[in-house]
Every structure is written in structure tokens, then in C-alpha cells.
Design a protein around this ligand. Structure first.
Ligand code: SAH
Length: 679
């Protein structure tokens, strides 16, 4: 990115491929750039604001200058201060020089960092009204990327995963799609059911709770091999998937179909004679009841179905148990096999480029407390191949081609979210200041999520519930009233904050991810957690939170959002009920609040909000210090419930849109075709 017009002697790098692309549209350029003539993204600054009063930067280490630090003069206080043009941070004291690999935020050298709300060092922009560097690039959208972290962790080693690479990501996608097809085929042929919806993705998430393997997506080292979630979800749909019927007629039909399916299953599968007898007898009895009963009500049919299920289920389960277990085991072994092949190819590519395989770095002599920082890599990245990108109206089409692929693999993202990724990259990525690898990394990220979500053709944008997010107004409230600065469950596409945990530490790290939540060990901070609906992951999350709260003496708070499960007695529910860190539990009723669509980065704006039919349970889990700092007082809880009212988010969006319309000078019109390469 171009440098600001300050008085420093740092060589200004030429425009990157990415700058060239973005400068031709209404796209963001850092509007701190005094020389920039390109139209800028709407910001909170006014065009005629005086330029910041930069003073000589000679005293700053060149690395600090490259990281965006400038030395400025405060008229009000009559003394120097230090301001970071990239992050907007300002300090009264000279920032410490740091090595981005071991100390990305430059906070280790002095031991424990100052707490976030310490006023000793920090200088808030609002403190100096006439003062200089108020100009800063603020990207409008359903997020607030300006919120810095109040989270402190113990320093941790970099990841051993290699950097994502398009050829390998395409290979991973091909193997995963093959695995999904095998899974669907086995469910169909062996169990005579449709593979339960989203069960493959939930399997991936459940396996990752225990996986110790070497692939960021595909499980390859799990004990036990048989997944409880896959087993449970298949069993649930045998002999038939039960959905709540709408009308009495449907309830009747469902009862009859269940009896038929149970009878068929027990006839064609090898089952003990006693099981055959019981199931057939119950099925026959149901048929007779259906024939002789006239005018039965909806409830009668439902009661009868519950009775039939109770009678048959143990026998049906005993009959199919072995084959369902075999199915789960087969999918796991295929996954491990695919993961091994993907790994081999990746290691070969590294070797061909003279990069040795990753080795665990030596353990640091002392573990320091640091502000939490994005995941770092042990090994350097490979050069990116050619990635083509085409700007079409309001979205970007990003294509990767390879000789082994019959056609290019095309990914889509709307421009607002692409701008978000660009800003996150600026804040979190340390090894690609010229953005040469940016578009390739965006392609890998989009490819990974498409594979993860099992969206084989890329054409379905069904409400993707595992990716759906809380409304922006709720996040604003969590930040304002509960000091939240961090999401425990997010992706670079749906995050509200610029720091968060996500499923993939490799593809997501450049965009702010601190890796999967179960590997994250914060000592203090205020967190929001909205885990995807995967029982095992939720249960492990609650256990992890319990451990963290027990171990830390510093202020620690988690506000957890869970689906309200009225009829079920899921294990995680008792964990919530019994936690002695629980400070409060409220339920936001179903149908009166909304979530943001899981494909918010591709679908039209008008389709983003989805009514939530289930209630959402909000639980405050806090240690004593967390409670005294961020406790759920009556007025704060009320503010949160108010923030859930759908109208709040829409009002906010409208205000933002109006502001954007007023500021955009030059909307992009023509499509552009370019390619980025370092080859
Ligand atoms: N950040 C939004 C949306 C949450 S949706 C919010 O808080 O409202 C849940 C997200 O958790 C998804 O993006 C999913 O990909 C991510 N996820 C899945 N497994 C995860 C893990 N182990 N650690 C962190 N995030 C994970």
C-alpha cells in the first residue's frame, strides 16, 4: 500500500497488483494517502481535515515505520506520541521493536502487557480533539474492524500446517467431494436412507474435537474411529426420517410409512428371529389400527407413532448397528487416506521449491503473556500461481486453473466482503505487505469454506445455519456494555471483530484467526461464543470455558449463545445448568429475532436476514473478576434484549447505506479482468 504523505524517508513500494485492481473502482484505498486520487471508500473523516502533524521518524526503528508507526506531536499535551497508521493505535511511549514471527504485536519484551483499559500508556483518539491523526480508514459494513483486542494469552508456538496453496486446496476439495459422494452412496445403498442433511459437515466438526492429524480439514487421527455424531444422525433416520407433520393427514401417512419401512427393514436384513417377530407384529398391529380407526386426531397419530417407535427401535438398532458402524469407520479411513495423499503432494511441492518439511520449533525458555495475535507459520509460503479475477458489478469472480482440472475452479465474493478481507489482511498479515499473495489466499479461503460446507457445485446458497451470525446490533451492544472484543466462533467472512477463533488456522490466519477455539487458551478478556450446532463441539466448548475460568485469576468472561432445545435433554444443557460460573441465563424467544445468513458474503443484501424459529439461549459464564467488570446487570441485559429486536439492525444498516451513498463519488461500472501472479 502506498505510504502516507508524512515526512519520512521510507521507500514507497510500487502499487501492488491488488492496489492496481482496487484503484480502478469505488474500491478502498487507504484514505490516509494524501496523494491518492482514486475514489475512496466512505469513511468517518472529512476531506479537508488538516494533514497529521508528523515529525521526523528517525528515532523509530525502520521495522516500526514499516509496520505503520509514526511519531507525532500533541499540541494539547505538548509532547510526542506514537501513532500507527495501519491499526489506528496510539501510544504515549515509543512502541517496542518486535519480530512479527515471535511477537507480532510487539508486546512481549516488557513481560505482561498493560491491561486494555489501562490509561497509563494508551491515548484514545477522542482525547485530543484538535490533535492530529484523526484520519483513519474505517471500512463500513456489518462489522467493526477497529475494535482492538482486550484478550491476553500465553505465547504459543506457530502452526506446523503449511501455508494454503491453490493446487493443494483444489486437491483437498476434489477428495472431500469424492468422500461426500461415497457417504451419500453408502447411506443410500446400505441403509436405504438419504444422507442426513449437513451430517457430513457436522462429522467434520465433531471429528476435529479429537483429531490429532495433519490435515486442517479432513480427519486422519481420531480415537474412537466411529463418530458419535455420524452414527447418531444416521440411526435417527432409520428406518425413516421423521419430520413434524403439518396436518392430520400427514401424521396418518407418516405412521403408515414408518410401519411399512420398519417391516421391510427387518425382513431384508439379518436379524434375530425374536426381533423379526416383534417388529412385524407391531407393524401389523399398526396397519389394523389404521384400518379400523376413523376420525383419529393429529395427536392420536403422533401418540401411536411414538408407541410404535418405542417398540421397534431397540430391535431395529440392534439389526443395523454393525453396518452403520462399518459405514462410519469406512468414511473415517477413506478420509485418513485422502489426508495422507494431500499431505504427500504438499510436501513434494515444498521439496521441489527447496523448503524443508515443517519441524516443531524449540520450546521458548519462558512462556510470556502477550496480547493475542494471529496464528503464525513455521515454514515460508510457496509462490502463488496465476489467479484470474474478474470484477463483475457488485462481486468478484476469482478463478484458479490447473492442468489437472477440466475447467477453472471459480469462487465468488461480494465486493463489500472482499474489502473486509483486504482490511483484515492489512491488520493481520505480516508476510505480504505488497498483497502479492492476497488474491490467491482469498481463493484458498473461499475454496476451503465451500468444501467444508459440502456445497459441491457452489450453486446452493441455502440458509447455511452453521455459518449464520448474530445481528450487528447485538455485537455492538456486546462490545459497548460487556467489553466484548472477540468471537470464539467465526470465519473471516462472518466475523464482526477483527480477532476471532475459526475452524481453520491455515486459510484464516492472514485474516485474523487465532485458530480453533478448543486450541485457544486466553487468560483474560471478554468473549462472545456462538458455536455452530454440533453437540460434541458445543459440549467440548463448555468444558473448555469451564477450565479456562477455573484456571485464570484475571477477568475472564464468556457470553454464550446456544439454540434453545425445549424437548431435548442434550448433555451440554446440563453442563450449562450446573456450571458454577453461570451468572445469568436468558432466552430470546423464537420468531421475534433474526440471524444473518450463512452466505452473507455472496447473497444479495435483501436476503441477509433470516427469522430464527428457535429461541436463542444467552448464558453469562464469568469468573469473579470477569463478573465484577462485565457482569450482566439488569440494564445491560435489557440493552442486549433490545439489540435483538430486528428493527435495530435494519435501522443501523440503513444509516450506514445512507452515509455510503452520500460519500461514494465514483461507483464502479465496468467489469475488469486481471490476473495476479508472482511468477
Ligand atoms: N461469528 C458469528 C457466526 C458464528 S457461526 C457469530 O458469532 O454470530 C459459527 C462459526 O464457527 C462458523 O463460521 C464455523 O465455521 C466456525 N467454527 C467451526 N468450528 C470451529 C472451531 N472449532 N473453532 C472456532 N470456530 C469454529
Amino acid at each position: 500500500m502506498n505510504d502516507i504523505g508524512g515526512s519520512n524517508n521510507i521507500a514507497v513500494p510500487g502499487p501492488s497488483a491488488w492496489d492496481q485492481l482496487t484503484s480502478s473502482s469505488a474500491y478502498s484505498q487507504n484514505n490516509n494517502d494524501a496523494n491518492a486520487s482514486a475514489p475512496t471508500t466512505p469513511t468517518k473523516t472529512t476531506p479537508n481535515e488538516p494533514a497529521p502533524m508528523f515529525t521526523a521518524n528517525e528515532e523509530l526503528h525502520p521495522d516500526l515505520v514499516l509496520q505503520g508507526w509514526r511519531k507525532c506531536w500533541s499540541k494539547r499535551e505538548n509532547r510526542h506520541y506514537f501513532w500507527n497508521k495501519s491499526s489506528g493505535e496510539s501510544l504515549w511511549e515509543m512502541p517496542r521493536h518486535f519480530d512479527p514471527l515471535t511477537d507480532p504485536l510487539g508486546i512481549c519484551s516488557g513481560g505482561t502487557p498493560a491491561p486494555h483499559n489501562s490509561t497509563a500508556l494508551k491515548r484514545r483518539p477522542s482525547e485530543d480533539t484538535q490533535g492530529p491523526p484523526m484520519k483513519r480508514f474505517i471500512l463500513a459494513g456489518p462489522w467493526d474492524l477497529e475494535v482492538c483486542s482486550n484478550v491476553i494469552i500465553v505465547e504459543r508456538p506457530p502452526t506446523l500446517f503449511p501455508h494454503p496453496y491453490p493446487e493443494v486446496e483444489a486437491m483437498r476439495a476434489a477428495y472431500t467431494i469424492r468422500l461426500i459422494k461415497t457417504y451419500e452412496d453408502l447411506c443410500n445403498r446400505r441403509e436405504n436412507i438419504k444422507a442426513p442433511r449437513e451430517s457430513f459437515m457436522r462429522w467434520l466438526m465433531e471429528r476435529k474435537v479429537i483429531d490429532r492429524g495433519f490435515d486442517p480439514l479432513l480427519p486422519s487421527h481420531c480415537h474412537p474411529e466411529i463418530s458419535s455424531s455420524m452414527y447418531r444422525e444416521i440411526m435417527n433416520d432409520i428406518p425413516l426420517k421423521i419430520v413434524k407433520p403439518k396436518f392430520t393427514g400427514d401424521a396418518r401417512k407418516q405412521l403408515s410409512k414408518y410401519a411399512e419401512a420398519a417391516k421391510n427393514l427387518i425382513e431384508i436384513r439379518s436379524a434375530p428371529a425374536e426381533s423379526k417377530k416383534v417388529v412385524k407384529w407391531n407393524a401389523e398391529e399398526t396397519f389394523q389400527w389404521l384400518r379400523r380407526t376413523v376420525g383419529a386426531s393429529y395427536e392420536d397419530f403422533q401418540d401411536r407413532l411414538a408407541h410404535l417407535k418405542r417398540q421397534c427401535e431397540p430391535h431395529l438398532v440392534a439389526t443395523v448397528k454393525g453396518s452403520v458402524e462399518q459405514l462410519c469407520s469406512k468414511i473415517y479411513h477413506l478420509s485418513a487416506e485422502h489426508a495422507r495423499k494431500i499431505r504427500e503432494r504438499h510436501m513434494q511441492l515444498l521439496k521441489d521449491n527447496g523448503i524443508p518439511p515443517p519441524q516443531p520449533p524449540p520450546a521458548p525458555p519462558i512462556l510470556r503473556k502477550v496480547w493475542c495475535y494471529p496464528i503464525q507459520f513455521v515454514i515460508p509460503p510457496l509462490r502463488m500461481p496465476v489467479i484470474e479475477y474478474i470484477h463483475e458489478r457488485d462481486h468478484m469472480v476469482i478463478k484458479y486453473s490447473h492442468a489437472s482440472m477440466p475447467q477453472p475452479d471459480t469462487q465468488y465474493i461480494n465486493l463489500t466482503h472482499l474489502q473486509k478481507l483486504e482490511q483484515l489482511y492489512r491488520y493481520n498479515c505480516y508476510d505480504d505487505k505488497k498483497f502479492d499473495l492476497f488474491i490467491g489466499r482469498v481463493w484458498c479461503l473461499l475454496r476451503r469454506y465451500q468444501t467444508f460446507l459440502g456445497n459441491i457445485t457452489g450453486s446452493t446458497n441455502e440458509a447455511e445455519l452453521t455459518q449464520s451470525a448474530l445481528p450487528v446490533s447485538v455485537f455492538e451492544c456486546l462490545h459497548r456494555h460487556f467489553g466484548v472484543t472477540f468471537e470464539c466462533f467465526a470465519s473471516p467472512l462472518n466475523s464482526y471483530f477483527r480477532q476471532y477463533c475459526s475452524a481453520f488456522s491455515d486459510t484464516d490466519s492472514y485474516f485474523g484467526s487465532r485458530g480453533p477455539f478448543l486450541e485457544f487458551k486466553p487468560l483474560s478478556g471478554s468473549f462472545q461464543a456462538n458455536p455452530p450446532m454440533c453437540e460434541e463441539l458445543i459440549d467440548a466448548t463448555l468444558q473448555q470455558i469451564e477450565r479456562l475460568l477455573t484456571d485464570s485469576q484475571e477477568p475472564l468472561s464468556f457470553i454464550v449463545f446456544l439454540p434453545e432445545m425445549k424437548e431435548s435433554n442434550l448433555p451440554f444443557m446440563s453442563r450449562v445448568e450446573e456450571s458454577h460460573f453461570k451468572r445469568k441465563l436468558v432466552v430470546v424467544p423464537g420468531m421475534v429475532h433474526e440471524y444473518r445468513h450463512g452466505y452473507q458474503h455472496v447473497i444479495p443484501k435483501s436476503e441477509i436476514y433470516m427469522k430464527n424459529i428457535h429461541g436463542t439461549m444467552v448464558v453469562w459464564l464469568q469468573n469473579n473478576e470477569g463478573f465484577s467488570r462485565w457482569g450482566p446487570t439488569e440494564s445491560r441485559v435489557e440493552a442486549l434484549l433490545e439489540a435483538f429486536r430486528p428493527v435495530r439492525d435494519k435501522e443501523r444498516d440503513k444509516a450506514q447505506q445512507d452515509a455510503a451513498n452520500a460519500t461514494i463519488l465514483n461507483p464502479a461500472t465496468e467489469p475488469t479482468v486481471r490476473s495476479s501472479t508472482t511468477d
